[in-house]
Design a protein around this ligand. Structure first.
Ligand code: PEP
Ligand code: MN
Length: 348
């Protein structure tokens, strides 16, 4: 249930709502403080099925009590009206990096997989020089077929940490098993849930119990509603630091590896307060399509890009065809900055 205060709701009135919620056995969360020019919003966390809306409607200062009947609650802008901005720290300077509306687009880049110490450190330095703020790289790789490179596992995590310390870039990396979530969380600033795992419910529940940002990729054949539902599961366990990542989906058209879904950004924007990142690499499937796809993502107004970059892509052990050069990444970063300037200029 959401309690909406009247404009100019008084603090004592808010306190009464909070106390009433507690008496009724649910946890009040003040989503928007009372203020003279907007309505306060208080969400009730817990089981509100037996609570009558009237218990709140009669309180002074309350404008309305709204039962959230939708399956989407914590992900919903109805429940949380302000944009969520995720904050991670630059490892060496301690400077904050913000991912979300109202902040410059954040580039997360690096190889598909961590292949060796030398490979990762070289690429980490290159992507940093090309404008990336966050380092990506898989230590655990989901593979469609057996007998293919599945990543270096914990050794890969250690290499990611070392590259992160050398460059200062915080790390985003994938976890596939609930039992490894805590371990991956010790090495990563952002935990990635890959497309194949979007509906691995025990895994979603486990990342939901962590106090770490989670980058959730859409499944290859899932709807926007199911995508929101997967994030809802994470948030229902308490983790409010979700980031949606659009990575394309499977359609009849196989001229690209997946069908790009940057257009989901404005659709999601109408429904959720969480940041939206776009991955142009996996839908493109080949390097010469990544730049135009990335530019489309920028135009759709995403908060970040997740891009695969390699300094020797022809010898990459996974996703060799789609990894771009640091120079191409630099062009995307320049484009993003130009676009930001343009948007600032045309804003009233
Ligand atoms: C990846 O980021 O390398 C990856 C495996 O992505 P996805 O889950 O989108 O296929
Ligand atoms: Mn990949």
């Amino acid at each position: 249930m959401i309690i909406r205060g009247k404009i100019g709701m008084k603090n004592e009135e808010l306190e009464k709502v909070v106390a009433t919620a507690r008496e009724l056995g649910v946890e009040p969360e003040v989503r928007r403080e009372p203020n003279v020019d907007h309505q306060a919003i208080i969400g009730l966390r817990g089981d509100t099925r037996d609570i009558e809306e009237d218990r709140f409607r009669v309180l002074p200062g309350v404008d309305e009590a709204i039962r959230v009947t939708t399956k989407h609650r914590y992900t919903s802008s109805l429940y949380i009206p302000e944009h969520t901005v995720i904050r991670v720290k630059q490892v060496s300077t301690g400077e904050d990096i913000y991912i979300g509306q109202g902040h410059p687009l954040v580039i997360m880049a690096g190889p598909c997989a961590v292949e060796s110490r030398e490979q990762l450190i070289r690429i980490a330095q290159a992507v940093k020089n090309s404008g990336a703020k966050i380092l990506r790289g898989g230590a655990y790789k989901p593979r469609t077929y057996p007998r293919e490179f599945e990543g270096l596992g914990e050794d890969g995590l250690k290499i990611l940490k070392e590259a992160s310390e050398i460059t200062g870039l915080p790390v985003v990396t994938e976890v596939m098993e609930p039992g490894l979530v805590e371990k991956v969380g010790q090495y990563a600033s952002i935990i990635q849930i890959g497309a194949r795992s979007m509906q691995n419910f025990p895994l979603l529940d486990e990342v939901g119990r962590q106090d770490k940002p989670v980058l959730l990729k859409n499944g290859i054949a899932t709807t926007i509603d199911e995508f929101l539902g997967a994030m809802e599961r994470i948030m229902d366990k308490g983790n409010m630091k979700g980031i949606f990542c659009l990575r394309g989906f499977r359609s009849y058209d196989d001229t690209t590896r997946f069908t790009p879904n940057a257009y989901w950004a404005p659709l999601l924007r109408q429904r959720t307060h969480l940041p939206i990142v776009y991955d142009p690499s996996h839908p493109a499937g080949r390097a010469n399509l990544v730049e135009p796809f990335a530019r489309a993502g920028i135009a759709y107004g995403v908060d970040g890009l997740l891009i695969e970059v390699h300094t020797d892509a022809t010898h990459a052990k996974t996703d060799a065809a789609q990894q771009i050069t640091p120079n191409a990444l630099q062009r995307i970063a320049d484009y993003a900055r130009q676009h930001e300037k343009l948007i600032m200029e045309i804003k009233p």
